[in-house]
Each structure stands twice: as C-alpha cells, then as structure tokens.
Ligand binder design. Structure first.
Ligand code: URA
Length: 289
C-alpha cells in the first residue's frame, strides 16, 4: 500500500503528465540529473497548381492560418541547472570535431550515439538517426522525433509521418525507394516540446555532416525549425514555404524547398492545398535533378 488516497494518486499522475512524463520507458524511474549526466537543456524558447490535388489527401484550400507553436510543457518542479556558455561552446566544438571525423554515414550514426553532451539524450529511448535510401536525390529534414519515433527509433512513423508518407507518395517519393529522411535533432525533446536553441546548435554539426555525406541534390525542409536552422533565416514557414532557397554552408550549395510540417498539416487539413502546390514544385525539380 502507498498510504496515499485515490485522489492523491490521481493528483500525482496528473503532475507527472504536466511535467512531460507521459510514457513508460522502463520498469523503474531514473534520475538522470543525479547520475551526473550532461547538463540538461534550457527551456525552449503559391505556386500555381500543375495537377489536381488528390481528393483524399489534398482537399480544397480554405483560409490561411498561422502555425500554432507546439504546446509548451508546464514544468511542475524547478528547472534543473542550465548549461553555461562555456559548456555550450565545448559541446558544439566536440560535435564539430566528431562530425568532421566521421567519414561514412555509419560512422556519423555511431558518433551521435556515443555523444553525451546534448541534454536531450538522457531522456530519450532511441537515437532517431535516419530512414530511407542513402543514394536518394531528395533529403527531407524534419524537426525532432516524437513519441512514436522515440519508441521505434525511426523518423516520421507517428501520425505526422503517416501523413508525410501519403503526401510524398502522391508525387512518387517513397522511403524504400527514392527519399532519405532525418531530423534537426536525433533525440525526442521531453513532452514533445520544440528543441531549444542550444540543443539545435549542439546538433547542427551532425546535421551538416549528414547532408555532406548523403550528398542529396535537393533538401526538403519540413517546418519552421528545419528551415530556419538550415537557411539561417528568421522568416517564418508560412511565408517561406514553396519558395526555392539555397542551403549554402562552406562545403555545399544545394537547392532547398521549405514546406509546412506534416504535423501542422494534420492539425490544419485546410493547408493540404499549399503542401500540394509545394510538392508539385518539388516534383518538377526533382525529375530534372
Ligand atoms: N516530427 C518530426 O519533425 N520528425 C519526426 O521524426 C517526427 C515528427
């Protein structure tokens, strides 16, 4: 017996849920901060249609709406200590070094799995690295794994992923044939919050190296975080979507197409027509790539 009343137990469960503890990953709880794991993260801060939209996936457009940010997760207990500027610089420097040393995709995967300096890692079940075909011309980059991705270890397998698969299939792209998929951060942010600026900065060298190693011809950037991070812009995705950009770090110069995030499309089915227009633009370029 716990000695707690039914009401107290329900209150405790509710507090856990509000703190982002929504999933059971192991038999017993683990206090990662007491284990001396890496410091935890700071809180997160139309083109004309060429083909008729497929009725089931792409219904008629309606009024334009702005994407709602992911729901902030209320923190029920004091936030753990934040990484200092030096720790952040050191973590980025280490990520840059490990990324540069990785000369294959497999080596990069291993380097990320061994990397202990991102605060997202301790609370994630899996490092969600990639899915798809490494020789694909199109590389899609999303934001971060969610619950289903963390459980399975593959990107975009939850509801947003199912929507994504249908959208891509409509233009002939399939992850077992001709597209490669990854995310800006490989570990699930607790409670599905957005990754913080520090977490993104720490993981960015790995993403940049991942793109260098895959050598795609086109980047498809799903959502605000992927677009802003890789294009270095503050312009929001509703303005940027569907407009061809260039991804231009030192070693690359690639065509990049920002699109609405499939999770947003799941929440706002009226945006499917915008996505369809963007995918038609992608199809036209990819066929000639
Ligand atoms: N959303 C993303 O951005 N990536 C995933 O892998 C799943 C959902």
């Amino acid at each position: 017996m716990t000695g707690l009343t039914q009401h107290q137990i329900i209150d405790l469960l509710r507090q856990n849920l509000e703190a982002g503890c929504g999933d059971v990953l192991a038999e017993a709880p683990v206090h990662y901060y007491q284990q001396g794991a890496a410091s935890p993260p700071k809180a997160a801060p139309a083109q004309a249609m060429q083909e008729a939209p497929q009725a089931e996936i792409f219904p008629a457009p309606q009024a334009e709406v702005s994407p709602a940010p992911r729901a902030a997760v209320p923190i029920a207990k004091p936030a753990p200590p934040m990484a200092g500027a030096t720790e952040l610089k050191d973590a980025i420097a280490m990520a840059q070094k490990l990324a540069a040393e990785a000369d294959t995709v497999e080596a990069l995967h291993q380097a990320i799995q061994d990397f202990e300096l991102c605060g997202l890692k301790p609370t994630a079940k899996h490092c969600v690295f990639q899915d798809g075909i490494a020789s694909a011309k199109v590389m899609l980059i999303g934001e971060a794994p969610g619950k289903e991705e963390d459980m399975e270890g593959r990107p975009f397998v939850g509801p947003a992923g199912q929507m994504l698969d249908k959208m891509l299939a409509a233009i002939g792209l399939r992850r077992d044939e001709n597209i490669y998929i990854t995310n800006i951060v490989p570990w699930r942010p607790p409670g599905n919050r957005s990754p913080s600026a520090d977490e993104i900065a720490i993981c960015q060298p790995f993403v940049a190296r991942h793109i260098e190693l895959i050598q795609p011809e086109i980047l498809l950037l799903a959502g605000n975080i992927a677009s802003k991070t890789l294009l270095g812009t503050q312009v929001g995705i509703t303005k940027l979507r569907g407009q061809w950009q260039r991804y231009q770090p030192d070693a690359a110069n690639l065509e990049a197409l920002p699109m609405l995030h499939p999770a947003y499309v799941v929440r706002r089915p009226e945006t499917k027509a915008d996505v369809w227009a963007d995918l038609c633009a992608l199809k036209a370029k990819w066929r000639h790539a």
